[in-house]
Design a protein around this ligand. Structure first.
Ligand code: ADP
Ligand code: ADP
Length: 225
């Protein structure tokens, strides 16, 4: 269980300052939602934590260790996207086990781990399907399994539920909270839905114009005058 800290984290794209010296501490195992208007710097923040975008200044510490210059696969983070980004020609099991294949883990071990992960997200029995044969909600569970198989300390989610219909969205919220309880990992979930944040978050970080405008336990943030 590792805590996550942003120290003066900064992202510049040319003259645009997308994230402006943001400092914040997330306790280990917390479910945090990052809220704020479009363009305020939420995705850039998440991508810097994941390592999909370089840090312009400052750092990201995980368990006190500076991870901001490590390759994405070596950070202890995993990211799940809005559009799932599953490989269309690979089976569900091969999608889930993809990162293990990259690491050279042998086929039998990969299949066993993928099976465990599919069980965790309630998708046992779908291992041999192709992504196109699944509903949006099912594809999302597969994407979740694919992120979790790397055993991350921090799971990063960028608007993960926004493509789902309202019924599935409610169900996936419950699934995410269950995973938080079972795995004890830290969640950083970008959303612009206040209702979503209220339903999921232990802690809310509100960004505006590249900075943190307000942050704290969910109740305190939503009850603030
Ligand atoms: P949010 O996720 O809150 O919508 P982003 O992090 O995507 O915000 O964007 C923050 C700011 O950085 C915006 O002004 C956006 O236009 C700019 N931006 C984001 N990505 C890039 C990029 N790759 N190149 C240039 N500007 C970018
Ligand atoms: P979001 O608002 O969900 O973060 P965007 O639609 O703003 O997503 O951005 C989608 C992609 O376009 C991202 O990869 C981002 O880096 C890039 N992008 C966003 N704004 C700009 C920009 N002003 N110039 C160049 N690339 C950008």
């Amino acid at each position: 269980d590792l805590d996550l800290e942003f120290v003066s984290l900064t992202k510049r794209y040319g003259d645009t300052i997308a994230v402006d010296a943001v400092s914040y501490h997330f306790g280990a195992g917390t479910y945090a939602c990052l809220l704020g208007p479009s363009g305020c710097g939420k995705s850039s923040t998440l991508r810097m934590v994941a390592g999909h975008e370089s840090v312009s200044d400052g750092s990201v510490l995980l368990g006190g260790r500076d991870i901001s210059h490590l390759p994405p696969a070596k950070r202890g983070t995993a990211m799940m996207f809005q559009n799932y980004a599953l490989f269309p020609h690979l089976s569900v099991a091969d999608n889930v086990a993809f990162s293990l294949k990259m690491k050279g883990v042998d086929a039998a071990v990969r299949a066993r781990h993928a099976g465990e992960m599919l069980e965790l997200v309630d998708m046992s029995g779908f291992a041999d399907r192709l992504p196109a044969q699944l509903s949006g909600g099912q594809q999302q569970r597969v994407a979740l399994a694919r992120a979790l198989i790397t055993e991350p300390d921090v799971l990063l989610l960028d608007e993960p539920l926004s493509a789902l219909d309202p019924f599935l969205r409610i169900r996936m919220r419950a699934e995410l909270k269950r995973l938080q309880r079972e795995l004890g990992i830290t969640f950083i979930h970008v959303t612009h839905g206040q209702d979503e944040a209220l339903a999921l978050a232990d802690e809310i970080v509100v960004m505006n114009d590249a900075r943190i405008e307000q942050a704290g336990p969910t109740r305190a943030v939503f009850d603030a005058p």
